[in-house]
Design a protein around this ligand. Structure first.
Ligand SMILES: Cc1cc2nc3c(=O)[nH]c(=O)nc-3n(C[C@H](O)[C@H](O)[C@H](O)COP(=O)(O)OP(=O)(O)OC[C@H]3O[C@@H](n4cnc5c(N)ncnc54)[C@H](O)[C@@H]3O)c2cc1C
Length: 385
């Protein structure tokens, strides 16, 4: 294998959706000599390859809704742009609310979504039960439904961006781990990797759940922590309706959506602790199955076809960090806290705007800066599952 080039105008470290989208958008803007490195043998095997594929507008902060408003149409137009289908399936998303305290918050979120042009419907408990069938929600107080939301394929998006970026001149290499970043007077000077050194003045950290480790090599604290999440897919369920939506039992952080002829279900373990373990936790899987069967009794007689565990890249306010840092030439595009796949397309575009124009213009992301943590300007997002 040949090593990376000796110099690059920008080195993007991490080949998940954020790195791939940044590489593509930098090339589309005409930047030459861009390099993307990924330490695994394949692109997109980190959080992106383990994600549930959900794409939605339903968030609770203006900035997340605006990011979706810009990103989801890019996923719709992905095939036109890259020649690769993103396998979009608009099955709709339902948030089911069974706790009084969530009802008020979601009512305000829906108002905010409407004010930003998102057509989420407010439904009563009976309507929710009808749409979520064959899930059982006798305790549903109310809920929200948006038919423009659904699923897309993470691998198709990563490889669509990487293949197109390569055609536009970006060098994209796997099996290349960034081991250290070297500074000269607080400026990026080179990246040391497992297969050689690269001289550059610009590094974009798209290492997802592992972003903080890269920051440590230059003494920069990055408040992104890995947190395990897992899901399973059942054997075929012939009785599952073809148009079964993405259903989220919000108070339990339990979700279901169709996956091929079976059903994918995930549930967030509230006792999970920060760490890089990506193995399946069998005890949690049992609790999860029990909760899932209560909501969907048809699961009792089916087997599990496949299971997956991956890492959310959590920040203290569940919002990403996008932009420059106190180190000259070191940029962050990380910390998406469980919803980065859907925001990947627009966020790579925003990173290209920051590097080429000096500022992001497609969406106002000024509040997603690195300094908000030290300056006590955290943002709170309620709709993280
Ligand atoms: C179980 C699960 C379900 C999810 N469901 C959804 C969903 O339904 N919808 C949604 O929008 N989001 C979802 N997410 C979140 C989403 O997957 C992430 O937010 C997104 O994929 C983050 O992309 P990324 O490119 O930042 O990180 P990653 O995809 O993790 O990419 C980072 C890459 O950096 C590489 N790397 C790390 N360190 C180095 C180094 N030193 N040198 C070289 N390479 C390095 C890693 O190998 C990795 O490939 C889910 C996540 C999980 C875990």
């Amino acid at each position: 294998m040949t090593g990376p080039p000796k110099t690059a105008s920008a080195v993007i470290i991490g080949g998940g959706v954020m790195g791939a989208s940044t590489a593509y958008h930098l090339a589309s803007r005409g930047l030459k000599d861009v390099l993307l490195i990924e330490r695994e043998p394949f692109f997109g095997t980190g959080a992106t390859g383990r994600c549930a594929g959900g794409i939605r507008y339903q968030f609770n902060t203006g900035v997340n809704i605006r990011l979706s408003n810009a990103s989801l149409p890019m996923i719709d137009a992905f095939e036109e742009e890259t020649g690769q289908s993103a396998l979009v399936h608009k099955c709709g998303y339902i948030f089911v609310l069974t706790c009084e305290k969530d009802v008020e918050v979601f009512q305000k979120s829906v108002e905010l979504q409407h004010s930003l042009g998102v057509n989420t419907e407010w439904l009563d408990g009976d309507e929710i039960q009808r749409i979520a069938d064959p899930c059982l929600f006798p305790d549903a107080l109310a809920g929200t439904f948006n038919a423009d939301e659904g699923l897309a394929d993470p691998n198709s998006i990563v490889m669509g961006y990487i293949n197109t970026a390569q055609k536009q001149g970006v060098t994209c290499i796997t099996d290349c781990c960034a081991t250290e970043i070297v500074l000269k007077s607080n400026k990026i000077s080179k990246v040391k990797t497992s297969s050689g050194e690269i001289h550059t003045e610009c590094v974009v950290n798209t290492c997802g759940p592992w972003s903080a480790a890269l920051g440590k090599t230059i003494g920069l604290e990055i408040p992104v922590s890995p947190l395990r999440r897992q899901w399973f897919v059942t054997d075929s369920l012939p009785a599952l309706p073809a148009e079964f939506p993405f259903v989220i039992d919000f108070s339990q952080s339990l979700y279901f959506h169709r996956e091929g002829s079976g059903l994918l279900s995930g549930m967030s373990n509230p006792r999970e602790i920060i760490g890089e373990d990506q193995s399946i936790d069998p005890e949690w899987e049992l609790e999860h199955i029990e909760a899932a069967v209560k909501r969907m009794p048809m699961l009792e007689n089916t087997g599990i076809r496949t299971r997956q565990a991956g890492l959310y890249e959590m920040t203290p306010d569940a919002h990403p960090i996008i932009g420059s840092t106190p180190v000259d030439g070191f940029y962050l595009l990380t910390g998406f806290s469980g919803h980065g796949f859907m925001q990947g397309p627009v966020c790579g575009k925003l990173m290209a705007e920051i590097l080429i124009d000096g500022d992001a213009s497609t969406v106002d992301i000024s509040m997603l800066d690195y300094n908000r943590f030290s300056e006590n300007r955290l943002i709170t997002e309620y709709n993280v599952v």
